[in-house]
Design a protein around this ligand. Structure first.
Ligand code: PLP
Length: 363
């Protein structure tokens, strides 16, 4: 039996909620989406939440609402999922890659300022793997330079920064409900905001630029969430705290029990509540195996792993920035040394102990 890296948890309540929507005849966007938006805004403590069909469209819509377009520059961390940067390119704007902090894997605020030019319009910080980035520092830089701040919270539903939920600190928070996330709708996304002026704009952008039936005042997209997805999201939202608690407990167990020379376990920073979308270890030169060998070894022992992410975004063929010196050396180093272990809420005590035992036997 293989221990999977992710395990979507769908119970009878989700099945019943979807079934009720299917029987209602409203399969597209209706009351369930509105209810999910209100409940999600409540979770994040924001005045508004606008549901989308995925996390990438949430980011794209937020950038468009902020009027980011051709030639504008947006600072993004290079160590993230591609969508953090590709959403900028989708607007015709230019992602400017910033390096990350070696301990938290999150955007390094000290390096943001040196990348600001007269063309800079926004900064996207990512709460990578479920750990909030240093929001306070980034917020201060954005305020000083009059920049839009976007939180890419695709991996951090319910995470806390200074006792407050992520998603409400920047001008926009953008979430994903993809099937492996901490809470899921299959595919789905959400933009959270406290900016009332942005709400109508966002609603138009995600619905063909429509202001009334068949009247279109701007270029828009079909980025709408369905009631089917929202029905799942409403049930999942009620379980989020429990899911996150389990993830944190599993991570704590690994932190205490993985005792292997040459492996660095994740560090939770002061003042944050990490929700461990991924539990990411790092191999140092002291570790006696190559990463590929460790992956194969764990695989033969029935433990699935994943690499998040094998290439920093600036080195992706799509951007192909091979400047010398490397503008994001930490991101490049992390990409070649990180490994994600299963941390999902379905792991039981025996599996947690087994994973630690197998790893600890390497040296
Ligand atoms: C950090 C980050 N940003 C954005 C996204 C995009 O979300 P989606 O896959 O729902 O489009 C993801 C999804 O994996 C992500 O991890």
């Amino acid at each position: 039996m293989q221990i999977p890296i992710a395990h979507p948890i769908i119970g009878d309540e989700e099945v019943a909620a979807v079934s009720a929507v299917l029987k209602s005849g409203m399969l597209a966007q209706g009351e369930k989406v509105a209810e999910f938006e209100r409940a999600f805004a409540d979770l994040c403590g924001t005045t508004h939440a606008i549901a989308t069909n995925n996390g990438t469209s949430a980011l794209h819509a937020a950038l468009l609402a902020a009027e980011i377009g051709y030639g504008d520059e947006v600072i993004v961390p290079s160590f993230s999922f591609i969508a953090t940067a590709s959403c900028v390119s989708m607007c015709g704007a230019i992602p400017i890659f910033c390096d990350v902090d070696e301990q938290t894997y999150n955007i390094d605020p000290l390096q943001i300022e040196e990348r600001i030019t007269p063309k800079t319009k926004a900064v996207i910080g990512v709460h990578l793997f479920g750990q909030p980035f240093d929001i306070q520092e980034v917020q201060q830089i954005c305020q000083e330079h009059n920049l839009i701040q976007i939180e890419d919270a695709a991996q951090a539903h319910g995470a806390l920064f200074n006792s407050e939920r992520v998603g409400g600190f920047g001008h926009f928070g953008c979430f994903s409900f993809y099937a492996t996330k901490n809470m899921i709708t299959g595919e789905g996304g959400m933009v959270t905001t406290n900016e009332k002026a942005m709400v109508e704009r966002l609603r138009q952008i995600i619905n063909h630029g429509q202001i009334e039936k068949y009247l279109h005042t701007r270029l828009g997209y079909n980025y709408r969430m369905t009631d089917i997805a929202a029905a799942i999201g409403l049930v999942q939202l009620k379980k989020l705290e429990k899911f996150n608690r389990r993830r944190r407990k599993n991570a704590e167990f690994f932190n205490e029990n993985i005792r292997c020379k040459g492996l660095i376990t994740p560090k939770e920073m002061d003042g944050v509540n990490h929700v461990y979308h991924q539990y990411v270890i790092r191999l140092t030169e002291e570790f006696p195996m190559k990463r590929s060998e460790l992956i194969d070894y764990l695989n033969t022992k029935g433990i699935s792993t994943a690499i998040h992410y094998p290439l920093p975004i600036h080195r992706q063929p799509m951007y192909n920035l091979h400047n010398d010196p490397d503008p994001c050396p930490i991101s490049t180093k992390l990409a070649s040394s990180v490994l994600s272990l299963p941390v999902h809420p379905m792991l039981d005590g025996k599996e947690l102990t087994y994973i630690c035992d197998v790893i600890n036997k390497v040296v």
